[in-house]
Design a protein. Structure first.
Lengths: 254, 286
């Protein structure tokens, strides 16, 4: 029996008067690697932001490691969508990774040599050591995503939320990121990833959370990743074609 | 200090404070908010005058801070009602500014508070209005206020340097780290208001926008490091102030106008010749 690291009860959230999430309930076990899938506008990013109180919840309770968010913020890492920030910002890759340590460094204190070393180690881990001093605007999309991942690693969190870390990255970066996620899992950490490519779900994730305004279903990939559940989640917006093997789907957008 | 010395010193303080604040205005994509706040602080000043019946520095600062925060609050409120951000800024600042003007004309017509002055400033008068300080002796009132505001700006930027950095670059991450993003935003708007009102006497509401935006936008073209950008921006601010004074002396024209003109020249030069992102450098490099 593994520990429950995240418990979500009756969560709902809205943008202005549009309710985006309603009645969301699920629990996540320690050491799991979960893919969050669903169509555009299903509320995947909003779910993560609401869990982390970056977006206000209308109702519901969220418990991390049996405590409210405030007490355990340092044990949680967040990787926002790459497109959510302005990469023209005057900073180097190392600067950005160090931002992951700002919470630990604390108010009124400056980053020290040890923080720089930690950040550099994290960059090395994602294969970006050579780019530490590079201005972030000059990095490719895949490299920027690796910098974001390094920034999360440096937090040494126990639970990670990542918003589309594989969106628009090259194949090598995708492989590198997945290797790191697998390693995190082996260390007993818990990772939740918003994912958009249904073809790779069975290869990458041991759990799947189908989301479309609410949780359609959530469980082990081998149990819940079925054509029926995909249909239920995506509705008529896509056609499933060429079902080969157990759970491999080729998707054609209509 | 000589008459000219005081004017250049005061103008340099404007350039320095505005240069620092301007960096974050540019990086936060809030340049329009500077324009808005530079006008709405007028309402703050008028209200402060109506309540206290005097034009003293500290009341003006408080009035301006309240006006700045009100502007930011109203804009985000209108924005939440699905009014476009730019439209919301346009509506809020013109309305508050207009109320300020109406109140001046009705209640404060015969004091030293007129619309012309608020818009254009008059730095040539600054050395005449003095107060006596314990150690420094007789110092122009506007210079004292600018020194005070500059100290505050410098303190907040250096003390919360990394917090400004992360809330500007990635507010989502900042929030997840437990940094109060919204509070930092209002604190920033307060700093913008204070800088604006302190610069009011010297350069007025319109020219202060030039001082806030142009030096920072120029510095952005020269460097990839935030700390360097801050220093360059402050430097460009001082450079604009000093060269603006001499341009005005040479042509015998408006000092604040010449200073704003100088900021434009520095920006044009940076745009053309900055080694990093300048037009010339792009042509030389393949």
């Amino acid at each position: 029996m593994t520990a429950t690291v995240l418990r979500v009860e009756q969560l709902s959230a809205a943008y202005q008067k549009n309710i985006v999430l309603r009645n969301v309930n699920f629990q996540v076990q320690a050491g799991s690697l979960t893919g969050i899938v669903g169509p555009n506008g299903a509320g995947k990013s909003t779910l993560i932001k609401t869990l982390l109180n970056i977006h206000p919840a209308l109702s519901g309770t969220v418990t991390f490691f049996g405590s409210p968010l405030k007490k355990v913020k340092k044990r949680i890492g967040y990787v926002p969508q790459r497109s959510s920030v302005d990469w023209d910002f005057p900073a180097s890759a190392l600067d950005v990774v160090m931002m992951g340590l700002y919470g630990k460094i604390g108010w009124l204190k400056r980053p020290k040599k040890q923080h720089r070393e930690l950040a550099f180690k994290a960059l090395k881990k994602v294969g970006m050591a050579h780019y530490a001093g590079r201005q972030i605007q000059q990095l490719s999309g895949g490299q920027q995503q690796r910098v974001f991942l390094a920034r999360a690693l440096v937090q040494e969190a126990d639970l990670y939320f990542m918003d589309e870390p594989l969106a628009g990255v090259d194949a090598r970066t995708e492989r590198a990121i997945m290797d790191i996620l697998d390693e995190l899992k082996k260390q007993g950490k818990t990772v939740m990833v918003v994912h958009h490519d249904l073809q790779t779900v069975t290869d990458y994730f041991d759990h799947v959370l189908f989301l479309n305004r609410t949780v359609i279903t959530h469980g082990k990939t081998e149990d819940v990743f079925t054509e029926e559940n995909i249909r239920k989640t995506y509705g008529g917006s896509l056609r499933l074609k060429g079902v080969t093997g157990d759970h491999v789907f080729r998707l054609v957008k209509q | 200090m000589t008459y000219t010395g005081w004017i250049i010193f005061t103008a340099s303080l404007v350039g320095l404070s505005c240069g620092f604040i301007g960096v974050f205005l540019i990086l936060r994509r809030s340049a329009m908010m500077a324009d808005a706040i530079s006008h709405t602080v007028l309402l703050g000043i008028v209200l402060a005058f109506l309540v206290t019946q005097q034009l003293s520095g500290i009341y003006m600062l408080i009035g301006a801070m309240i006006a700045g925060i009100m502007t930011a609050l109203f804009v985000s409120w209108l924005h939440s009602l699905k009014v476009q951000q730019e439209a919301a800024i346009g509506i809020v600042f013109t309305t508050l500014f207009a109320i300020g003007i109406i109140l001046i004309e009705i209640f404060a017509g015969n004091v030293h508070l007129d619309v012309q002055h608020a818009l254009m400033g008059e730095i040539t008068f600054i050395p005449w209005d003095r107060i006596t300080l314990p150690v420094a002796g007789s110092v122009p009132r506007a210079t004292v206020m600018l020194l005070f505001v500059f100290a505050i700006v410098l303190f907040f930027i250096t003390a919360f340097y990394k917090e400004w950095k992360v809330t500007t670059f990635d507010p989502g991450l900042a929030a997840s780290l437990g940094i109060p993003v919204t509070f930092m935003n209002y604190l920033f708007m307060t700093l913008v208001s204070m800088t604006t009102v302190a610069s009011f006497d010297a350069v007025g509401a319109i020219m202060v926008v030039a001082m806030l935006i142009a030096p920072a936008a120029s510095a952005y073209l020269w460097t990839d490091r935030l700390s360097v950008m801050l220093m360059l921006s402050g430097l460009f601010g001082i450079l604009s102030a000093v060269s603006g004074y001499y341009i005005a002396a040479f042509l015998d024209t408006s000092i604040s106008g010449s200073m704003a003109f100088a900021t434009g020249c520095i920006f044009a030069a940076s745009y053309l010749f900055s080694p990093k992102y300048g037009l010339a450098a792009k042509h030389i490099r393949p």
